[in-house]
Design a protein around this ligand. Structure first.
Ligand SMILES: Nc1ncnc2c1ncn2[C@@H]1O[C@H](COP(=O)(O)OP(=O)(O)OP(=O)(O)O)[C@@H](O)[C@H]1O
Ligand SMILES: [Mg+2]
Length: 457
């Protein structure tokens, strides 16, 4: 049994379209996000609802009295997608999927829905962006098609909900949340108020009817999912689909997941037949590596439980500027400045009159400190114009006194390198002492940046 109490009253508010700030009067500048001219009037019939999912939750019950059913997960048969979701689709979960225009959001979701439909599970794909013909064309390209996959082209929320209740799908996709609108609000589709209300209603439906729901969202110029941050708080899982402009591969990342780890990433390649999972991303990222080129180095990062070898490149050139340029892509700018300072002070490299560019090949973003040694070595390599041994891997975090500090997951990183034919692995001395497993790679322990630079050049 469900309980739903509603009360309604007329109200008009001004909502900031970029951050969701609300004010009773109009202002030229949003006091929260400082955006100009972002406040828009939203006349609305405010619905004050007490939404409860189960009658039992109306009164407190001891946790031990609750029956524990193991979360049942449905596999999408797309290994990379399941991995990011934490092992498959969870009943009643609401998943928000964001990503740049044209990155492949609709493709990914349609492929996943089709794979579920092929297991004779009814699924519904509601598109407010494309006509049924367009969706059918895409489905043909993906070789998707199953009697259990239903399509609907609709933008009115109330009508969509009516159809959902009639069809009773197990999995639902909304493409996109910005095109869906409720007739209860006056504001335009895609406005903050609409988006928030649409997601709230879908969430209610997902929990009540136990429908796994995917909601595709557009992203803003800054790359966040358009609409207020509150959206990310409301849903169970937030996935971002990223890619590097012209390149064909894409990375799916969970930034929030109530049913799994947020460290796992999925790597896909966009092809004529749609998105295909990449089982060995290291091979993909190292495929175009120039051998014996100064400034190029291979580092290993661990995303969740999966190691990935990636090429890092640095270019150091004499500058004519009073303030030398420090440009980074894929690694933190401040981190690079700090490491350059360490190199100057601890390894006596005169970098102060040089421009420095550091880039992670393939458009990946690397945030973990385990790549510090790789950055230091690539900058030194370019500065000294001496290439590094292409079969060496560099691991470790660098401290301000120039010490090389231990990092975690050394063994899985080294194993991946050995698998790809690497012969040497430079690692923190403190890690070397604890190393147990037999990996066919030569381990060389180093304790300071200075020692490492002398050893390799
Ligand atoms: N025949 C094809 N071969 C290879 N790639 C294709 C082909 N057709 C489309 N694509 C790729 O699919 C992408 C479009 O995918 P999709 O429509 O799923 O993106 P989206 O993220 O949903 O975009 P939007 O934000 O417009 O909804 C194109 O940018 C292109 O990279
Ligand atoms: Mg789309």
């Amino acid at each position: 049994m469900l309980a739903l109490f509603t009360m309604a009253k007329e109200k008009s508010v001004y909502s900031c379209q970029s951050c969701g700030y609300q004010s009773p009067k109009w202002m030229g500048k949003c006091p929260d996000c400082q955006g100009w001219n972002t406040l828009v009037e939203e006349k609305k019939l405010e619905i004050l609802e007490t939404r409860t999912f189960h009658e039992e939750s109306l009164s407190p019950i001891p946790i031990t009295k609750l029956s524990t059913q193991e979360t049942f997960r449905t596999s999408t048969k797309i290994k990379e997608f399941d991995r990011v979701l934490g092992g498959g689709l969870v009943e009643g979960a609401l998943v928000l999927v964001g990503g740049d225009p044209g990155i492949g959001k609709s493709t990914l979701i349609l492929q996943a829905l089709d794979a579920v439909a092929k297991q004779n599970i009814p699924v519904l794909y509601i598109s407010g962006e494309e006509s049924l013909d367009q969706t059918k064309l895409r489905a043909e390209r993906l070789h998707a098609g199953s009697d259990s996959l239903y399509l609907l082209s609709e933008t009115l929320l109330e009508k969509s909900i009516q159809e959902i209740k009639k069809l009773k799908p197990k999995v639902l996709a909304i493409d996109s949340v910005q095109t869906l609108y409720t007739s209860e609000l006056d504001s335009a589709p895609g406005s903050i108020g609409q988006v928030r209300e649409v997601v709230a209603r879908l969430l209610y439906l997902a929990k009540r009817e136990k429908i796994t729901t995917f909601v595709i969202g557009h992203v803003t110029k800054e790359g966040a999912i358009a609409g207020p941050r509150v959206l990310e708080h409301m849903v169970d899982t937030v996935l971002y689909f990223e890619g590097d402009g012209g390149k064909s591969y894409r990375i799916l990342r969970a930034v929030k997941n109530r049913f799994g780890s947020t460290n796992e990433i999925g790597v896909f390649e966009m092809s004529e037949r749609g998105l295909e999972g990449v089982e060995n991303p290291s091979e993909l990222f190292l495929s175009e590596r120039p051998l014996n080129a100064p400034g190029s180095v291979v580092v290993a990062s661990v995303e969740g439980t999966r190691p990935m070898l990636v090429e890092l490149q640095a270019l150091v050139t004499p500058t004519t500027l009073a303030l030398p340029r420090r440009t980074t892509m894929g690694v933190d700018h401040n981190r690079v400045s700090l490491l350059v300072a360490v190199l100057e002070k601890r390894a006596d490299l005169a970098l102060y009159n040089h421009d420095i560019y550091v880039n992670v090949v393939g458009g990946l973003k690397m945030q973990e400190p385990g790549v510090d040694v790789g950055i230091v070595v690539s900058v030194a390599s370019s500065f000294l114009n001496k290439a590094l041994d292409p079969q060496s891997l560099f691991l470790g975090e660098v401290g301000l006194t120039g010490e090389i500090r231990a990092i975690n997951h050394i063994e899985i990183r080294a194993k991946e390198a050995a698998r790809l034919g690497f012969k040497h692995c430079y690692l923190p001395k403190s890690n070397l002492k604890k190393l147990k497993s037999k990996i066919p790679i030569e381990f060389l322990g180093v304790s300071t940046v200075d020692e490492l630079i002398r050893l390799i050049f």
